[in-house]
Design a protein around this ligand. Structure first.
Ligand code: FAD
Length: 342
């Protein structure tokens, strides 16, 4: 079968407990752009148990078609049945592009599926576009058009790699949550629904879930916060109490740099950056954070960035909209005090 027979941009529509994850909508937004460039359509692949009620939401956010794989075996995410489901959909419908979120589930699922359907996978992409590959004409090397160019940080974020998969299909990528934008909802949009049952054998059911323990937290996921008060090594372990007070007054959440997590001062789920989360709040306070490239990669899309640092040459000021040079131990309490009085 020739590569040209593979058509369409497909998105794995991740759901957990029958609720679509934000990444599903973000991927649909990107898929719409790619599909436009390729003159094709967008298909969401919805895998789970009793999930048909989610189809309209997928249509509203850009899916032209939804392939539903619905089976009681798929109630909770398990590697093998989900791999079987998605790989079977790919073998049956032959998408040109298959996008999966780089979530905990997607990082597990994407590589397995790509191995099973014998194609490549570029993990943790931050940019996707259609273009020529190789990017420049190289003598003796055929330049292929309309390829998916997948960009991701490499070598610890010190370089940016653009990768293509010119000889296999589908072109597969996992995509960082929080990087792509969902589209404005199209009210009343309807998608064509295709129900597909790949059949499940005992082989693809072999893990049994005995119990699920959910972590309970009273804080908002930093990826959903509108205001983030982010602390770095300069804040020190004790200083996070002061940051929490500022966040409270602002109605925001506290996040941090990796140095803070590595020191064991704060949990990993509030780390911003290349190996943490990508955030896009309305306001991001970077307090006692130097602005290393790996940190900036996770917050530079914030609407307004306010940096507080005693070192006026700190790179964080290069991306900041507002900068305060001085000792955070004096500035943060003063700011909290002023805001409290407003
Ligand atoms: P520092 O770089 O030590 O900066 C502390 C800052 O605080 C300094 O600028 C200092 O001037 C200021 N300061 C100190 N005292 C005060 C004071 N009293 N008042 C005001 N300012 C003060 N980092 C991340 O954050 N997220 C990631 O996801 C991430 N991923 C990485 C992945 C790889 C593969 C690698 C190699 C690194 C990664 N890093 C990441 C680490 C990154 O390179 C930096 O080491 C880290 O971001 C530094 O954290 P920091 O800015 O808090 O600390």
């Amino acid at each position: 079968m020739g590569l040209e027979e593979y058509r369409g941009v497909y998105v794995f529509a991740q759901q957990v407990d029958n609720e679509l994850s934000g990444i599903a909508f973000e991927l649909l937004g990107k898929a719409k752009d790619l599909a436009k460039d390729l003159d094709t359509d967008v298909t969401a692949v919805l895998v789970g148990s009793d999930v048909k009620g989610l189809v309209d939401d997928l249509a509203k956010y850009g899916a032209d078609k939804v392939i539903v794989v619905d089976d009681p075996e798929l109630k909770e995410y398990r590697t093998e049945p989900y791999t079987h489901a998605l790989a079977s959909v790919i073998n049956e419908y032959k998408p040109e592009i298959m996008l999966v979120g780089a979530t905990a589930i997607g990082r597990d699922l994407g590589p397995r599926v790509s191995a099973r359907v014998q194609t490549g996978l570029t993990a943790d992409c931050t940019v996707l576009e259609i273009g020529d590959f190789p990017l420049r004409a190289i003598p003796g090397k055929e330049q292929k058009h309309n390829q998916l160019l997948m960009t991701r940080p490499a070598f610890g974020g010190n370089t940016i790699a653009t990768i293509a998969c010119p000889d296999n299909r589908p072109q597969m990528a996992t995509v960082r949550p929080g990087v792509m934008q969902k589209i404005d909802p199209i009210e009343g949009a309807k998608a064509e629904v295709i129900e597909y049952n790949p059949g499940f054998t005992p082989d693809n059911k072999y893990v049994e879930i005995m119990d699920i323990v959910k972590s309970v937290t009273d804080t908002v996921d930093i990826m959903d916060a509108k205001i983030l008060v982010s602390g770095g090594r300069g804040v020190g372990e004790e200083g996070f109490g002061m940051l929490k007070e500022l966040a409270e007054v602002l109605g925001g959440e506290v996040s941090c740099s990796r140095a803070v997590v590595d020191n064991g001062w704060q949990p990993r789920d509030i780390q911003v950056g290349q190996t943490g989360k990508t955030v896009r709040p309305n306001v991001y306070f970077a307090i006692g954070i130097s602005g290393a490239i790996q940190h900036v990669a996770g917050m530079e899309e914030s609407d307004i960035i306010v940096a507080i640092n005693k070192d006026e040459t700190a790179p964080i000021f290069d991306v900041a909209d507002y900068g305060i040079v001085g000792d955070l131990n004096k500035i943060v309490p003063a700011l909290t005090e002023k805001l409290r009085a407003v």
